[in-house]
Design a protein. Structure first.
Length: 221
């Protein structure tokens, strides 16, 4: 090695410069690529925002086969009522208590228990709902944490700040567990399907107005 260094040092400056170029190229090419932004649904992340109903599919969660509930879009009925209130709509999610609150102005529209991120933390901050999908398929994780869930109901994707739309975080119904009040997701906000439906019908059409979402606190994992 000393001999090689000695020979290199004896080379004229112009040859040293020519030798330096490939060495720099090797250095930069050998650097690891930056990690991709996390995606809450790492396999299916934002590939299809169309309604995706798969009534004959079999799901997987926590190493178990899951049969999703069948969805009949023809029977969907939007329930009105307090949705005609006055004021800005704002959803608050308290990760510490695993509770969601939906306000219109100063009036509480609904309160529901949720399940936030267990395998990956749910982001905190201020966001807006940028897309609503009645049903979709969510897949992600790996190994024992792998999941593949058809017919995820009443999905409301949110983004903002350091969380881009492509990360796939959402509030949605969850039929594959009943452990609400405790972290159970890969970063999304799981809700009982009945609660997710109520919230979904109340949330503004994102093409008209983006409903605010504020997530705060720290989950006990």
């Amino acid at each position: 090695m000393d001999l090689i260094v000695s020979l290199i040092m004896k080379l004229p400056a112009k040859y040293l410069f020519l030798l330096l170029i490939p060495l720099l190229a090797i250095f930069y090419l050998s650097k690891p690529a930056p990690a991709n932004s996390f995606c809450a649904n790492s396999v299916s992340c934002i590939k299809n925002l169309n309604v995706n109903v798969e009534n004959n599919a079999i799901g997987t969660f926590d190493g178990q086969k899951i049969i999703p509930p069948k969805i009949d879009l023809s029977t969907d009925k939007k329930v009105l009522g307090d949705e005609t209130g006055v004021g800005e709509k704002h959803i608050y999610v308290d990760l510490t208590t695993q509770t969601l609150y939906a306000y219109q102005g100063n009036n509480l529209f609904m309160q529901a228990v949720i399940s936030s991120g267990k395998w990956h933390p749910t982001p905190t901050g201020d966001f807006t709902i940028w897309e609503k999908v009645r049903a979709t398929r969510m897949t992600g994780g790996e190994g024992a944490d792998y999941y593949d869930l058809p017919n995820v109901p009443f999905t409301m994707f949110f983004a903002g700040g350091d969380v881009p739309e492509g990360d796939g975080f959402a509030l949605h119904g969850a039929y594959w567990h009943d452990n609400f009040g405790h972290p159970m997701s890969h970063g999304c906000i799981n809700m009982r399907t009945v609660d997710a439906e109520k919230l979904y019908n109340w949330v503004e059409d994102p093409s008209v107005s983006k409903t605010l979402v504020t997530i705060y606190g720290q989950a006990n994992i």
